[in-house]
Write a protein that binds this ligand. Structure first.
Ligand code: FE2
Length: 232
C-alpha cells in the first residue's frame, strides 16, 4: 500500500495520499492549496491516478486544495453530507463507503468540532480530522461546534474502535505523526473526564483566539475559491 503523510508547516495540517499500489487509483485527504504541485509530483512519481479528494470538514485555518486538485486531475470532490460547501461532487452519509481501487473507507459522522466533521476508517487506521487529535481534541467554539456533540462522537464512536486502531489526525502542533485509540483513551488529557458535562466545562473554557485565516478560509472553502478569487 502507498501511504504518504505530508505536512503543511504554516497550518500544521497533515495531508494523506493513499493508494493500493503504484499505477493505481489514489485518494487524497485534507489537501492544502499551497502544496498542490507537491501532491501532483507525488502522484506522477508513483504513476497514481487521483480519482477522489476528500476534506474531513470545512477548514478554518487553511484553504483546501480540493478544487485545484480537481481542476488539475478531474478527480471527484468528496465531503460528508452535512458540509455546506457548494462545490462538492459526492456527499457521503454516516456509515457510507468511499471506494477507490482495492481500498475502502468507512464514513463515521463525528460532529462537535464543526457540524460537518466526519472521520474515515480504513482497515487498521482512522482519519479523525480535528475531532480527535494526538493529546488533544478539536475546539468546539465556532462553525456550529458543540462540546456535547464532540463528547458523543469521541466516547460514543471513535473511542469504541479497537484500541490498536491507528489515529491519523488532520493536525499536530508538536511533531507527532500518529497515535492509537488506546493511547488516546488512556493518556489524552481531554479524555480523562467522567461525564459529558465535565468535558463541556473544559471545552467551553479554553478561551482560544480565532485562527488567523478563519475569516477568509471558511468562505473560500465553502465556495471553492482561492484567496485571490475571494478578493484577498
Ligand atoms: Fe478544523
Amino acid at each position: 500500500m502507498i501511504f504518504e503523510q505530508l505536512f503543511d508547516t504554516k497550518s500544521s495540517t497533515y495531508t494523506y495520499v493513499i493508494s493500493s499500489g503504484k499505477g493505481r487509483e489514489a485518494l487524497i485527504i485534507d489537501p492544502v492549496i499551497e502544496h498542490t504541485e507537491e501532491y501532483i509530483k507525488v502522484l506522477d512519481k508513483l504513476e497514481l491516478k487521483l480519482v477522489k479528494v476528500l476534506d474531513t470538514h470545512i477548514h478554518a485555518d487553511h484553504i483546501t486544495g480540493l478544487n485545484e486538485l480537481s481542476k488539475r486531475t478531474a478527480c471527484s470532490k468528496v465531503m460528508g453530507e452535512k458540509s455546506k460547501s457548494e462545490v462538492i461532487d459526492l456527499k457521503v452519509k454516516d456509515d457510507d463507503e468511499i471506494n477507490i481501487e482495492n481500498i475502502k473507507l468507512k464514513t463515521i459522522y463525528t460532529p462537535g468540532h464543526t457540524d460537518c466533521s466526519y472521520s474515515y476508517l480504513m482497515n487498521d487506521r482512522v482519519f479523525t480530522g480535528d475531532t480527535l487529535l494526538i493529546n488533544g481534541t478539536g475546539r468546539t467554539d465556532f462553525q456550529n461546534g458543540s462540546a456535547h456533540e464532540a463528547y458523543d462522537s469521541l466516547f460514543g464512536k471513535l473511542l469504541k474502535l479497537p484500541e490498536e486502531t491507528l489515529v491519523y489526525p488532520a493536525h499536530d502542533y508538536n511533531g507527532k505523526k500518529h497515535s492509537t485509540i488506546g493511547n488516546e483513551k488512556n493518556n489524552n488529557p481531554r479524555l480523562q473526564v467522567s461525564s459529558k458535562e465535565e468535558y463541556a466545562e473544559i471545552m467551553d473554557n479554553l478561551n482560544l483566539a480565532n485562527p488567523k485565516m478563519m475569516d477568509v478560509a471558511v468562505p473560500a472553502n465553502l465556495k471553492g475559491l482561492t484567496l485571490k478569487e475571494l478578493g484577498n
